[in-house]
Design a protein around this ligand. Structure first.
Ligand code: ADP
Length: 262
């Protein structure tokens, strides 16, 4: 996908001069970037370079130390009220969080609920959707991820690959604008990785969801991304379309990272 400035839609995600510190540890340093609606952006870089923190900031699991983050034009840190701008309250954050889905390395399914309930829980109890409509949608999603026959199983009875498919269906059940993927295949047995990546590739190509993806799967990143951002020590050292970033990296840090992982 290419975006010229003239035709560029308002960004779905915007980071402006974002800095995040944990005590003395500066994890993100003055980060400024945008992600367009429907774009698939992959974050690569060495462990500890701040990639997961960026996803957690977006998910409002962490707060910025300074700077601004917007999702769909709405700031995470503050909101308009009565002609003034006031700090964001929990209600405002919940509203933004609903637009964002996240899939984690460790699946994080609810162990005490069957697969169907894992998927319908948030649509029914957070969005207030009708239970039957939510179940019909969940069954449709389970069909899409190839697990319709597992609707009444508990997560512990599923393989890692199947659990991750359920987690993906659960995220999609909220009809998110943005989907955050945090090393979603890292905990899987090698033979299960390709199936999950294939599923994500299909979702990326058939929906207009905006993706931010942290992965060590460079082949996948190369194939599916519109743009790859290479992080080091909390900064973007280089970014570009995958063919140029992987094909002819311009920065020595990118070259040495790719040599180590490819
Ligand atoms: P990556 O995803 O690139 O491996 P992370 O974003 O997980 O990097 O971590 C970046 C740095 O932030 C690391 O030094 C990590 O120890 C630190 N960090 C992350 N989360 C916390 C936290 N909740 N408290 C303190 N330090 C943290």
């Amino acid at each position: 996908m290419s975006h010229t400035p003239e035709t560029e839609a308002a960004p779905m995600v915007r980071f402006e001069n974002v800095t995040k510190r944990f005590g003395d540890n500066q994890v993100c340093e003055d980060l400024t970037f945008t992600v367009a609606p429907g774009e698939f952006v992959t974050l690569i870089g060495p462990s500890g370079s701040g990639k997961t923190t960026i996803l957690r900031l977006l998910m409002t699991l962490e707060r910025v130390t300074s700077g601004l983050i917007e999702v769909g034009g709405e700031p995470l840190s503050h909101m308009p009220r009565g002609g003034r701008t006031v700090p964001a309250d929990e209600k405002h954050l919940r509203r933004i969080r609903r637009r964002i889905g996240m899939v984690f390395q460790q699946f994080n399914l609810f162990p005490n609920m069957d697969v169907l309930r894992n998927i319908t829980e948030a649509p029914v109890h957070v969005l207030g959707r009708d239970k039957e409509a939510a179940e019909a949608h969940a069954m449709e999603l389970l069909g899409m991820v190839g697990l319709a026959e597992k609707a009444r199983e508990h997560p512990s009875r599923l393989s890692g690959g199947q659990q991750q498919r359920v987690a993906i269906a659960r995220a999609l059940a909220m009809r998110p604008d943005v989907l955050l993927l945090d090393e979603v295949t890292s905990a899987l047995d090698p033979e299960l990785v390709a199936g999950v990546l294939g599923l994500l590739r299909e979702i990326a190509s058939t929906t207009d969801i905006t993706f931010l993806c942290v992965t060590h799967e460079m082949g996948f990143a190369r194939e599916v991304s519109d743009r790859v951002m290479m992080f080091d020590a909390g900064r973007v050292v280089e970014e570009g379309p995958p063919e140029s970033l992987f094909g002819e990296p311009g920065h020595e840090r990118t070259r040495s990272f790719l040599r180590a992982v490819l």
